[in-house]
Design a protein around this ligand. Structure first.
Ligand code: ADP
Length: 159
């Protein structure tokens, strides 16, 4: 059985993340969505809130997806949880530089864990959690960017 691990902040999950997860499910039998808790990154949502949103919006796929929260090194967790590959999404060339460094650093740490990159649907190629939060701050319409459940949670949080 092929298991992939898709790590990220998911603060909050957007249609861009969902697009990558669905593409990964076409290649892997099971997918672990790993919500990374980063000690120096300030998140809008708690790990539990992010986990809840991921589970709600991916509910149709939960028979093949596990959602895990981690504050450990991602590549270490990948191995520990029995996944063989880390999945990352690419939007534009700007993502490449960062992902390139990350992949090579991870290879030094765990040489048998490889990374696989999926390109998002063109219509999400500009989309990030940061953009969504920025638009929310100025009370813009979030419906094109994330499911209603997530939009409601953002609006609740910023109220
Ligand atoms: P991180 O803090 O690890 O970058 P994110 O939640 O921002 O966490 O992103 C997790 C992964 O999902 C990254 O590989 C990122 O490039 C990818 N991703 C996020 N949004 C999109 C999108 N709109 N299209 C494609 N990939 C995306």
């Amino acid at each position: 059985m092929k298991v992939g691990l898709y790590p990220g902040s998911f603060d909050p999950i957007t249609y861009g993340h969902m697009d990558i997860a669905k593409r990964a499910l076409k290649v892997f039998d099971r997918l672990i969505i790993l919500i990374s808790v980063h000690p120096t990154k300030h998140a809008l949502f708690s790990a539990e809130e992010r986990e809840d949103m991921v589970k709600v919006v991916m509910k149709d796929f939960l028979d093949r997806i596990d959602v895990v929260v981690s504050d450990d090194l991602t590549v270490k967790q990948t191995k520990k949880l029995g996944a063989t590959h880390m999945i990352r999404g690419l939007r534009a060339v700007t993502d490449f530089e960062y992902e390139f460094q990350l992949t090579h650093a991870n290879r030094v740490l765990e040489s048998d864990i490889d990374s696989i990159f999926f390109m998002t649907d063109n219509k999400y190629s500009f989309l990030s959690s940061a953009t969504v939060k920025e638009i929310a701050l100025f009370k813009g319409d979030l419906i094109p960017f994330a499911p209603k459940y997530v939009v409601d949670k953002i609006e609740e949080k910023l109220r």
